[in-house]
Ligand binder design. Sequence first.
Ligand code: GLU
Length: 502
Amino acid sequence: MVAQRFRTRFAPSPTGYLHVGGLRTALYNYLFVKKMKGDFVLRIEDTDRSRRVEGAQQNLLKTLEWAGIVPDESPERGGDFGPYIQSERLDIYKKYCDELLEGKYAYYCFATSEELEENRQLQLKQGLQPKYNRKWLPEEMGGSMPSSEIRKKMEQGAPYVIRMKVPDYVSVWFEDIIRGPVEFDSSTIDDQVLMKSDGFPTYHFASVIDDHLMEFTHIIRGEEWLPSMPKHLLLYEFFGWEPPRFAHLPLLLNPDRSKLSKRQGDVAVEDYIQKGYSAEAIINFVAMLGWNEGEGTEQEVYSLEQLVERFSLERVGKAGAIFNVDKLNWLEKQYIKNRSADRIIQAIKPLLIGELEKRPTEMPESVITSDSYLEQVIDLMRERVGFEHEFVTFSPYFFFDPETYEEEGVRKRWTADTNTLLREFVTILASLEVFSAEAIELELKAFVAPRGLKAAALIHPLRILCSGVSFGPSLYHMLEVLGKDAVIRRISRGIETVVCVA
Ligand code: GLU
């Protein structure tokens, strides 16, 4: 027996941004198939012309690339990667639809939207589940419409759709990889439209045709597509095709267990990118939305390569997965803690240079943009920032002299003597030959002890004058990084401005 090559696809509709749920679908398809050394294919489902959004496709591609989920195939276009695009495959759908018409699995329907709506209201009033009333089902297919009527409409050029005829009494079932056996009663299934009046196929039709022609072995998608399964399975049966295997992923939920919605937070991957989350953290986070490695594993931080190795659909749960942003924030911090300084420097330097263009600084630019200076800032701030960009924005005092001083800090930390003490201490700092954290600490302690003061009497005011705020990394190390010139300048200037208000 020849081993089957596994193939999966991500089939987004370009209706705007990439939803985090969409990213999870793409990721699970990717992880599953890469583990099996198979192909991951991208297909753009753009047959709903009314929902098309300009630029959405490019956006999707860009976001997937950012996430590192790169599709494999260069379909139909000799080498360069380009996704399959359904709107370029209309002839194919037409051909297969003609086959269904011929085999009497499908029929023309000329019902107007007003008629359909009227019918729907009537059924709702009768407490029935709305379904097409089969007015246009031809006599020869068991309906009541004479073929002469159908021909007449055709000749008039009246607009029509093509519907599939759902057999009356069959039960449709399949075995979902995540959910086990699922069964549907065909009496609840509508005669689904396959071709719309604009000549475009519906999602249901185009996706079944393509999933077959593109030889996908596994269809992995969101739970919202589960109710469509009977229509899809019937189409496979009409054509005599063997269906692929299916896995329907659990819903994403807000922490209050309601369906994940924009109202409770961001749902577009782009929003998270814009806030500064890294691809590694997002991928790691999204992977855990429904999957875990199993009992006995404490591991929570996974690289994409590790996920490929460890992922399995058997360990995806049925229950809704809670989207907890705190977890994402925690993961982001873990990644920052472990990221190489070089990589962080590469990311933050352009940002810093942008800031320096907007705002003058008294710090020597060649120093504060140097790798060695940035490396020291990163060492000090690694544990404190939530995002990479915060190496620049969270502690601007490494790059700019403070312009204001936190009022509350001043109120709490200044006594009538503080400025006098600082004035004396700054001369000691100025005389230091080696401006190191150790040396500063020794001098500070030697300065306060004989005066019967605690180190805090100077530590806090020094921090406020040198950084503008009352929190931050170890003061001594911070002063060392800032360097003697900046520290002396900032203290001297600060004591001119800050007065004791106690
Ligand atoms: N175009 C559908 C979507 O936007 C794809 C569903 C499927 O994977 O079959 O989610």
